[in-house]
Design a protein around this ligand. Structure first.
Ligand SMILES: [Zn+2]
Length: 426
């Protein structure tokens, strides 16, 4: 199969800092891209909300090829940009560390307005091969990282005004508008990344039904294949809505990036796949369906902390949701095959409870073993009760295993819940 089914694991002058109780940092960015020179120039106004109490310094990741022209913020003592040491975050190996020192500490939740301007040439970000500025394709996100990024920021919103050579079209994660002389991408619902893409002939198709919408963006793909993928995506959202309850975000996007390196990745409601031939797609249509179904399900399953073992509430549920969707759409056979494979992979794995997210087995524990546990639970309590359980979990915004077990107890009794808890420990 050509598609790598892995997700790279896989964000002048200032006014005074104000105290606001919110945790959504906002980026307003003027971005200039000179594609021929592979040059990026950014002017960033960031309203940053402190993640910790007593923060005398803040560290952001930023691609080490950039040179910082100006940086200003309230109570600034100095800033440093360390491009010598290894990046502290494994998914941004080419990042330098930008540290801002303050004369007065920030309290948790306190806002700080920061302005910075920087420029540099990045070409292809070599380690992953995902992010790049090339004549054929521009793709920028946290892997670069092209904006001052902190992995700890779980919620950010943005407006990016992109000026680029006129022959390019710009798309991105968010609403895209063509202005007179530039493009604007805005994102109002909180994300963990800022994704901007551009190419010369991007085709876009979209489909709407009962308030749900899916769009697909591609360069080299036949229209009929694009439409097939998009329709599958809509089918997935419609069924999920029925099974798991309504959601606020009614829009999901798929991008087929014209590159073979780097693999696909996804953010809530935004899926990037690497390019493939039509024939590959039809040979592995259920595989693509399952991949998209997993990623779209994160519109429902994303409330638990992703950096702890409780991430099973995101990943095991997303994976099993995708399998339920496969069963519903393509019948029992592919479903049973996947369950069989996952059962094999689950043998001798450590317990879900307490698994370190950096453990080499963590992915299999969450994607395979957790999925099998949910399957066994479905067999035990029956399909109807199981779907009721899923719906209750999303309605009650469950984000911890403790809450999950309580919902399970209320629905199916203490004995079922206790047995499940024991399995999480095994
Ligand atoms: Zn996932």
């Amino acid at each position: 199969m050509r598609l790598s089914f892995y997700i790279l694991l896989l964000t002048v002058l200032t006014s005074c800092s104000v105290t606001e109780k919110t945790d959504t940092s906002f980026y307003k960015i003027d971005l200039k891209l000179d594609v021929k020179k592979q040059l990026l120039d950014a002017n960033v106004d960031l309203t940053y909300y402190a993640e910790e109490n007593q923060a005398y310094s803040l560290t952001f990741l930023l691609h080490r090829n950039f040179s910082i022209e100006t940086l200003t913020c309230n109570n600034l003592v100095k800033y440093t940009f360390n491009i010598e040491d290894t990046s502290r975050f494994p998914f941004t190996p080419e990042a330098g560390m930008l540290t801002i020192y303050l004369s007065k500490p920030l309290q948790k939740g306190e806002a700080l307005k920061i302005n910075l301007q920087y420029a540099g040439k990045i070409g292809i970000v070599s380690q992953w091969g995902v992010n790049r500025i090339t004549e054929e394709w521009i793709e920028l996100g946290m892997y670069t990282p092209w904006f001052p990024y902190q992995p700890e920021i779980e919620n950010l919103t943005y407006q990016v005004d992109v000026a680029i050579n006129p022959e390019y079209q710009v798309i991105g994660m968010g609403k895209t508008k063509k202005m007179d002389d530039h493009w604007q991408i805005s994102q109002e619902s909180p994300k963990r990344d800022i994704i901007i893409m551009a190419g010369k002939e991007i085709h876009t198709k979209d489909i709407q039904k009962n308030g749900l919408s899916v769009d697909i963006n591609f360069i080299a793909l036949s229209d009929s294949t694009a439409v097939d993928i998009m329709e599958q995506g809509l089918w997935i959202l419609e069924n999920y809505r029925q099974w798991f309850g309504d959601i606020k975000a009614h829009r999901a996007s798929i991008v087929i990036a014209p590159r073979s390196m780097g693999g696909g990745y996804a953010r809530r409601g935004f899926v990037v796949l690497t390019t493939f031939e039509d024939v590959d797609y039809y040979q592995n249509r259920i595989g693509y369906f399952k991949y998209i179904a997993h990623e779209f399900s994160h519109l429902w399953w994303s409330k638990a902390p992703p950096d702890s073992w409780e991430d099973w509430l995101n990943e095991s549920f997303a994976e099993y949701s995708a399998l339920i969707a496969v069963r519903e759409k393509f019948g029992n056979e592919p479903f049973v095959n996947w369950i069989g494979e996952k059962r094999k992979k689950s043998k001798d794995l450590p317990a879900i409870k307490g698994i370190n997210r950096m453990d080499k087995n963590a992915n299999s524990v969450l994607y395979d073993k957790g999925c099998i546990l949910l399957h066994e639970l479905e067999l035990e309590i029956g399909n109807d009760k199981f779907l009721q359980l899923l719906k209750q979990l999303t309605i009650k915004k469950v984000n911890s295993t403790e809450q999950f077990l309580k919902v399970l107890t209320d629905l199916s009794g203490a004995e079922v819940s206790k047995k499940f808890e024991e399995k999480l420990n095994m």
